[in-house]
Design a protein around this ligand. Sequence first.
Ligand code: FES
Length: 123
Amino acid sequence: MPDQLIVCKSCGFSVNEDKRNDETGGAHLLKHLETLYDQWPRKAELTLEATGCLCICDQPCAIAYVGTGKPTYLFADLDPTTCAADLLTAAELYLDSNDGMVSAYKLPPELQTRRIARIPPAP
Ligand code: FES
């Protein structure tokens, strides 16, 4: 089963700005990601998914990486206008790690302080 990058499509652009031009920050991010994902050579290894909420609504935008036998990573406080390419770079690191462990210093600089949780896989 491929790993997943899950985007909260309901998140705002920031704590103080839910929508721009009637579009949520999460929807904006998802659209940008889909554009890059179309040309991404590793599509077979990771699916792009959307969800209604990741329960971290006070820190938009939020996304998660999920993989079988790998920890789940939650990222928040992302700028939906600029982070899409970095998220795919981080996805490649996640894919390249057999156990899913990715050191923060290896992440794109803008993401290094945005990772807020690592949840161990089910045994
Ligand atoms: S609205 Fe995005 S985490 Fe809840």
